[in-house]
Ligand binder design. Sequence first.
Ligand code: GLP
Length: 240
Amino acid sequence: MELKTFSDHASLSAAAASMIIACVKRCPGALLCLATGDTPKLTYQMVVEYAKQEGISFEKCFFIGLDEWLGIPPENSGSCHYFLHTHIFKPLGIHPSQVYLFDALTRDEEAECEKMNKLIAEKGPVDLMLVGVGMNGHVGFNEPGTGLDTITHVAILDEVTRSVGQKYFQEKVSISKGITVGLKQVMQAKNLLMLANGKKKAPVIQQVVKQEISPKFPATIIRMHQNGILMIDSEAASAL
Ligand code: GLP
């Protein structure tokens, strides 16, 4: 793993956006797996800007979502579905046939996981995966205690995830379960970018970097990834 520290969120986002653009230049048919959340919002905005400036086409790429809140409809602005459409797919003009996101309203959770596993097996490995880190060290919805050999699964969300997750929603919602690409698939990505910014992530990043690599703190797995880059700003780096 490589650790890259940036002076602020803007320079971190610019670097992450450049890496996504470089990946698509290298491999126009790239399979990209993208997280949602406050951390990568600016990165996606910059990807859209750079793609326009440089005339980079994403029309041969395929996108998958990293995770989703089960039971939250796609039109809810707090859903991962809504986020990805708003911040990246619509602005880049991505056609629906280039995207596969989890169906949060599925009645068959097992089949929903199976669809993603099949898709990754057929189209994968993922060329570039961008993830954030939860306040409890989760990656996607791979919560503390998730096995390193886990593929796509439904997770019972822990207390930290449920309470922190309310920030994405305009009204109070019940978020008890998530569906997520598994840690094994995260590790199989050819390039793994893990982003964190801000003071509140400082103790989290300290654990990611210093704590033993363990399912107790899933984000520690970035340290085992051959092409893993942990990208943090100076605030998130302040406890290192
Ligand atoms: C959320 C998402 C993750 C995200 C993480 C960090 O709950 N499930 O995919 O990366 O937590 O979110 P944020 O960037 O808002 O801190």
